[in-house]
Ligand binder design. Sequence first.
Ligand SMILES: [Zn+2]
Length: 222
Amino acid sequence: MAHFLSNFFHLIYENSCLVCNQGAKDLFVCLNCESSFLERKENHLKSFKEYNLEIFSWGYYEGNLRSGIIELKNGKKKLAKYFAQKIHGFWNEINISSITKGAIVIAVPSSKKRIKERGYCQTSLIAEEFAKLQLLKFIDNFVIRKKETSFMNKLENLEERQKNIKDAFELTRNFVPTKSILLIDDILTSGSTLCELSKTIHETYPEIKITGLTVAAGDRFN
Ligand SMILES: [Zn+2]
């Protein structure tokens, strides 16, 4: 129902900014919102050595960028394309082509229940568009979320998050013709989700280099 309503309202606001609903003419996002997004600049990399995983994030998960990601989850599908363009630009800017070369792009999957509620998986939409822009191969449903998990941002501490996400993922394919995988997610908080997914892939493919890329990152757990 919520999904239906937000789609309905979006029809009314078809030509408005997808974040603040003010006039944006032909832009997805108005210049006011766009200029308020805080990019992480040099503070864009978090390393999780235990998992042999590095995660790059474009913006800070706060203010209008936070609102935009919430709107994307609440029915404004077009924002996936917008955020894909942003991380595409960011990825080219930081110029780490050695990681991207020949990489397969996959999304951190939502659960079947959430996909059904929303009508789409927002991370898959971002990942698919990003892969297209980077001329990389995107594989949908390479991994599925087999366990219904609580919303990570509702959990207080790192331990609870790790417990919540443990054994949540399952690979659906037996062969991946790549040396490198790029994992796309919308938000990075504690890193527990991406670490767990990376661990699951490495159990079958220990030799594959895995790198994370997210639209935004919060700083709550630094
Ligand atoms: Zn706006």
